[in-house]
Design a protein around this ligand. Structure first.
Ligand code: ATR
Length: 296
């Protein structure tokens, strides 16, 4: 009798850009697992039925990306504390009884990339988080758990930042200020969690916010350095990087939840970076890509 191969998939819309199938197939190969990982275009309206169909088909786990993360939270029967705090789910595990367990690995993926791959300790640091959409919501709690000295949240539409800070007020004090008022205030870590990079755009960043040794980090990524990554380099950041590492780390957390084994990530990050900058083909080459997290 042929061994059955466990089925996983990423749902989102659009989905052609998604690198998740490449990443998970590579994890599976390296850990000796037999899996099939599909990429399926699913709109918000189709989502609930698509999940039911996937479970009936014997699917074991799902990644959900834009615009489905809040809906994935809603369809979950059980959720992790971090998913509850984000009110968004990027990873669904189909339990043996068919119930859905929802987790959010975006923030932990970011923190792992920062602390392990980039060797940046967040404890006692001054962090500027730009953006108040779904991406920021997903990473706030894991960032705060690292106990930075200060986390300042800013956004083009300040009221959204104030609303988000209020939601986390019982956990930590998050300062909110307009970007323009930050001129001359240095930060150790500046995170771009806006979707501006996806249209080669840049938030209006004032001068003097890059402290000595600062890391600039764009949660988005593309085949070329994003506008924010380039800005960070021009502004004198020690390092300025895109979100490929976060993408791979959040996938590794999902893979571990599904398969009970932690894949190595360094080789996959290097492989994706080389592939993106090289002459190879594929959707990776087609310009700026939405980060698979929730950010995006
Ligand atoms: P996501 O789930 O990807 O975070 P979102 O909820 O639509 O998407 O949020 C997008 C974020 O990027 C918002 O913070 C948005 O700012 P506004 O709240 O003012 O709309 C921010 N954003 C998008 N384009 C931007 C730009 N060109 N400059 C600055 N901020 C931008």
């Amino acid at each position: 009798m042929m061994a059955t191969i466990d089925l996983y998939a990423v749902f989102g819309y659009p989905i052609d850009h998604s690198l998740s199938p490449d990443i998970h197939v590579r994890f599976a190969t390296e850990t000796g697992q037999s899996i099939r990982y599909d990429r399926r275009a699913v709109t918000l309206d189709e989502f609930a039925d698509a999940v039911t169909g996937f479970v009936e088909q014997g699917g074991k786990g799902l990644n959900c990306t834009v615009p489905l993360k809040e809906a994935a939270y809603t369809v979950s029967d059980h959720t992790s504390p971090r998913a509850q705090r984000a009110r968004a789910v990027n990873t669904l595990l189909v339990c043996p009884d068919g119930q859905l367990y929802g987790d959010n690995t975006d923030g932990s993926g970011l923190v792992r990339d920062l602390t392990l791959n980039l060797s940046v300790s967040l404890s006692g640091k001054n962090i500027l988080l730009i953006g108040a959409g779904g991406a920021s919501r997903g990473i706030l709690l894991p960032l705060l758990e690292q106990q930075p000295a200060r986390l300042l949240l800013t956004n083009r539409t300040l009221a959204r930042a104030e609303q988000l800070a209020a939601e986390f007020a019982d956990f930590a004090c998050i300062e909110v200020q307009p970007l323009a008022t930050l001129r001359g205030t240095g930060f150790d870590l500046i995170l771009n969690a806006t979707s501006a990079s996806l249209s080669s755009d840049l938030p209006e960043l004032p001068e003097g916010i890059v402290a000595p040794g600062c890391l600039c980090y764009d949660l988005a990524y593309g085949s070329q350095p994003t506008a924010f990554v380039e800005w960070g380099l021009r502004a004198g950041a020690d390092k300025s990087v895109d979100g490929i590492g976060m993408l791979v780390e959040q996938a590794a957390d999902a893979f571990e939840l599904w398969r009970g084994i932690r894949p190595q990530t360094a080789g996959v990050i290097t492989w994706l970076r080389n592939r993106g900058r090289g002459s190879g083909g594929g959707s990776w080459e087609s310009g700026l890509l939405p980060a698979a997290n929730g950010h995006f």
